[in-house]
Design a protein. Sequence first.
Length: 445
Amino acid sequence: MTYVERVLDDIKQRNPNEKEFIQAATEILTTLEPVINAHPEYEQAALLERFVEPERAVLFRVPWVDDNGKVHINKGYRVQFNSAIGPYKGGLRFHPSVNLSVIKFLGLEQILKNSLTGLPIGGGKGGSDFDPKGKSDREIMAFCQSFMTELYRHIGADTDVPAGDIGVGAREVGYLFGQYKRLRNEHVGVLTGRGLSYGGSLIRKEATGYGLVYMTQEAMRLRGDSFQDKITVVSGSGNVAIYACEKAQQLGAKVVAMYDSNGYIYDPNGIRLDVIKQLKEVERGRIKDYATRVIGAEYHEGCKGIWTIPCDVALPCATQNEIDSESAAVLVANGVQYVAEGANMPSTLEAIATFQQAKNVVFLPAKAANAGGVATSALEMSQSSGRLYWSSEEVDAKLKTIMINIYHNMDNAAKKYGFEGNYVMGANIAGFEKLAEAMMAQGIV
Ligand code: NDP
């Protein structure tokens, strides 16, 4: 058994119920063999064992009262995974599917993603099994205040800086920040994704989606290709999906389908993003209503069917494991050329293998392709500490440069170890090399 195999075995033995975490660890560790083989000193320092074990995981009770006076208790989590490169950084997810395994998988991914950005940020992730759907504004505020009443003692501008994720957008970040400030009596950059009137950064809202498209655009450019007239499918209709759609459309793509967790819309004339924004950002409604507002659009119950729509570009931007091996095979058979992951771990391990075996598919993995959000969060942190505000153009230009640099770093890392074009390996290796250097330099901690 190799060192990597032994560590993976150990992870499975010690975390038998954490299937998402095991999936993420398997995807990452199996690609690190060439680096591990080149550095026998890593095994002696138990580097991989330390990499896969969070420095700290906080689990807490979140009591809150609904509009009818009923008391609810949710579970709260913050996993402070790795601080070798900088303060813990990673979003908060509010969704009923959240459990320790999901937060650990996201946290592990986040370590390498943050390393890849080249910015001084460590990895963490948190959230709750609270379901924001159908809750009143007051209930959301009550929940966020209760959540922060425990979380505040564990975070700080130089310790751990959370942000948004599924179910946590500008509104929730605002309520969380307000409560932190009230408890600590300090107005600091402890959360990113803040509103522009209280320390947020321009382009943060757009950053993950725009960054995803900038990286795909670079992959296209190097192949003499572009987004112009590309039939594109974007899954999800949340923060990442909306701004991926916006930038792809600006670059000439024809986005024909999107979904929410109930079903998908197909609009052969090209998605009207103004209608999606009104539905999702303003009304907080369901995507089904798009088909009643836009002539020629169809609504289909269920999500999986979206991947049967023939497309040149697929941008999964909703959640983990939304593309399984069957959907991947259909996408490939229908001639997809680029698959770029906006969500975290949207493709199963089998789906990734299908994309990589297909000759003409460029597959850009999440930890590189969706790193624009956290990179811009780090830019927000810089602006907060310097009490500065950069213009949209400035932030957008920095974001684009970062995404292009990440693309080339992962491309070069894949080539260095003889796996040209395998960006899963490239991203994992490039992120891990920097992390390993920082961890080795800091001793056994
Ligand atoms: P949002 O909450 O804004 O949107 C999530 C979207 O995905 C919604 O349309 C939601 O539908 C849909 N969705 C969620 N769960 C499911 C499911 N089980 N099946 C089908 N659809 C689902 O989240 P974000 O856009 O912020 O995040 C999307 C993904 O991108 C996540 O994987 C997140 O980790 C990742 N990401 C986000 C970043 C950010 O900056 N926000 C940064 C990097 C990665 P519905 O409304 O019906 O629930």
